[in-house]
Structures are given as structure tokens and as C-alpha cells.
Design a protein around this ligand. Structure first.
Ligand code: ZN
Length: 135
């Protein structure tokens, strides 16, 4: 099976933030010789995640972070001694991978959709793995 794979670096600058990585992924796809196919994205970290949501209004990103902070209690008697248990909970809630189709060398996202790298325990230097295959 033909396939391409690699990783991209993501540098985060806040404790919690969403970073739009859609353009970087589209660049990878456009540099491949695949017209249409499947793109897999995988986040190998335990306190950051991947999600797809609205990118037109930045308030949606702020609302998502505010809601996650409200949903995940900061004052549980967490046993994890590192002190970042809420970040670990958010990572499992949001998820570590995404799969998106692409056509005409571009991600087949909905009109308002963007792909976000979700930092829950920054600032850090992160990475994210990708694989694309023609289909
Ligand atoms: Zn930890």
C-alpha cells in the first residue's frame, strides 16, 4: 500500500489553547502526489488532544476551553502527583486522533470546520504524527 507519513511540531504558548493546524495539514497533502485519500492525525501526548470544530468565530475556541474547565473539576482529591490531572482528563474527553478525507489535494472539511491541536498543559513543545494514503 502506498502511504506517506511524518510529524509536525506544535509550539504552544499558553497553559490551555487551541491551535489551528488545518493549513499545515493541507500543505502536507498538497505536497504529496495524492489527489484524493484519507488523512490520519495522531497526538502522542497525554495532556493535549485533537479536535475538529468551528474556526470562523474564535469565541467558539474560548467557549470550548471554558466549558472543559467547568466540566473537569480542579479540586478533586486527584492521586496523580504531577498536579496536572485535569489536563489528563480533558485529553481523554477530547481524544487523541482524527481522520479526515481529502479530495483535489485538500482536506474535505465542512465549511466552518478547522482542525485544532488542543493544549491542556502548556506551554510546551509538542509534536503530532500524520499519515496520508490515496483512496
Ligand atoms: Zn501528569
Amino acid at each position: 500500500m502506498t502511504m506517506k507519513q511524518g510529524s509536525i511540531g506544535v509550539v504552544t504558548s499558553s497553559r490551555m489553547e487551541l491551535i489551528d493546524i488545518t493549513n499545515q495539514i493541507n500543505q502536507i497533502i498538497s505536497e504529496s502526489d495524492y489527489d484524493s485519500g484519507i488523512c490520519f492525525l495522531y497526538n502522542p501526548h497525554t495532556t493535549s488532544a485533537l479536535t475538529i470544530n468551528e474556526g470562523a468565530d474564535p469565541a467558539v475556541q474560548e467557549d470550548m476551553l471554558a466549558a472543559l474547565k467547568k466540566i473537569v473539576p480542579s479540586d478533586l482529591p486527584y492521586k496523580h502527583l504531577e498536579g496536572n490531572s485535569p489536563s489528563h482528563m480533558m485529553t481523554s474527553m477530547v481524544g487523541s486522533s482524527e481522520m479526515v478525507f481529502f479530495e483535489k489535494s485538500s482536506l474535505n472539511l465542512g465549511t466552518w470546520q478547522r482542525i485544532f491541536f488542543c493544549e491542556f498543559d502548556g506551554p510546551r513543545k509538542r509534536k503530532m504524527h500524520w499519515r496520508i494514503m490515496p483512496a
